[in-house]
Design a protein around this ligand. Structure first.
Ligand code: PLP
Length: 398
């Protein structure tokens, strides 16, 4: 495919064509599910050389992935605009492996206070035990603020934009400038942005995606990816994944490949419905604030406008402080079309009380009212609005 410009229409084209099987399997459109452990070598010398040359890749063992993994890696590189991708078994593995790849005992890591909860747990438990210190910072930090946080032993500045549950948009280019000037790598969880944020154009060194979300799109797989934009970073990342025995099922890769072919359409539909519902919620008198980066009322809307080309359908709803936590959970419980559960990005709508901000340590994340998170799926938007209306109408009964 020719180099495509930063455009939504071209994105749909690329998602239709990237990672196809082509002539490799008798002209069929899609790659097959290729399962395998042993890779056979033509002779012992070839094995010693460590290079069983198969099609265009070097393979020594199934843990390196096979044709199904590699097709998905090609597609994710296309989405992220990177040079090399490593597919991992879950989104969380895609968070953990880059952190372990670029940090060792005695190093310091910076993480936003709004980080995905399990990433915080990794920093507070295993990383801490291995002698890696982590400081949690205000996600809305500017360049000078970030520069002041970086120590001589800071090796990783971790970012996630927007933040989990509370949707703070980070100034990634400013953070990356401060980090690179002091020799630190910039890692980013780009799951919310998907293709709407091009990480390598904004200074990110390694971009993480939970493919479980919109790429999978059907709430039936767990999968992650870590993408980089240089051979050197790829070798660091891939060797760490390999040392740790990381692997993803080719069946799940195949489902992700199937999911990605319709992602542009699903995402467009869900994003539009999500924005419509976010605006509708913003006008409800029970609602204090809607935490959606694409709304002009969002505190970092200008950063979203500057750096993102679109939105997904995940956002937060803050109720007026006159309502209790119990009244908020009552609203979530009263919803009939929204499931209550973690994860997002599937075809079905979800709602869940926000608790991630309660365990923060840098004093951020208080939005002054009980908060819940919404994921808008592919149901008719009128039905979802009616469901939210009846749940909010009943708030005083809770
Ligand atoms: C869900 C999620 C992950 C982890 O993905 P899993 O596949 O569920 O492990 C990582 N980061 C963010 C922002 C997520 O929402």
């Amino acid at each position: 495919m020719p180099e495509a410009p930063h455009g939504k229409d071209r994105f749909a084209t690329r998602m239709s064509h990237a990672g196809r099987a082509g002539v490799k399997i008798h002209g069929f459109v899609n790659p097959g599910v290729h399962r395998g452990s042993t890779v056979l070598f033509p002779d012992c010398a070839a094995r010693k050389a460590g290079a069983a040359k198969r099609y265009d890749q070097f393979l020594t063992y199934g843990t390196q992935g096979g044709p199904t993994h590699h097709a998905l890696e090609d597609v994710i590189c296309e989405i992220e605009g990177g040079s090399h991708c490593t597919i991992l078994g879950t989104g969380l593995a895609a968070v953990a492996v880059p952190l372990l790849a670029w940090l060792k005992a005695g190093d310091h890591c910076l993480m936003p206070d709004s980080v995905y909860g399990p990433a915080r747990t990794l920093a507070d438990t295993l990383m801490k035990g291995w002698g890696i210190e982590t400081t949690f910072y205000d996600p809305c930090v500017d360049e000078a603020g970030m520069a002041a946080l970086i120590r001589p032993n800071t090796k990783v500045v971790y970012t996630e934009s927007p933040g989990s549950h509370t949707f703070e948009v980070q100034d990634i280019p400013a953070i990356a400038r401060a980090a690179h000037a002091r020799g630190a790598k910039v890692l980013m969880d780009n799951t919310w942005g998907i293709h709407h944020f091009q990480p390598f154009r904004h200074g990110v060194d390694c971009s993480i995606q939970a493919l479980t979300k919109y790429v999978g799109g059907h709430s039936d797989i767990l999968l992650g990816s870590a993408t980089v934009n240089s051979e050197e970073d790829h070798l660091t990342l891939r060797s760490t994944a390999s040392i740790l025995g990381q692997y993803a099922s080719p069946d799940d890769c195949w489902l992700a490949l199937r999911g990605v072919r319709t992602m542009a359409v699903r995402l467009k539909e869900q994003a539009e419905a999500g924005l419509r519902i976010a605006r509708w919620l913003e006008a409800r008198e029970e609602v204090k604030q809607v935490l959606h980066p694409a709304l002009p009322s969002h505190p970092q809307h200008h950063l979203w406008q500057r750096d993102f080309t679109g939105t997904c359908s995940l956002f937060g709803v803050v109720l007026h402080p006159r309502y209790s936590q119990e009244q908020m959970t009552g609203v979530v419980d009263a919803l009939r079309l929204f499931g209550i559960g973690a994860s997002w990005g599937g075809f079905e709508s979800l709602a869940i009380p926000t608790t991630g901000n309660l365990s923060r340590t840098a004093g951020t994340g208080d939005f002054g009212g009980p908060t819940f998170r919404i994921h808008i799926g592919l149901e008719a938007v009128e039905d979802l609005e009616a469901d939210l209306a009846q749940a909010l109408d009943g708030i005083m009964r809770n």
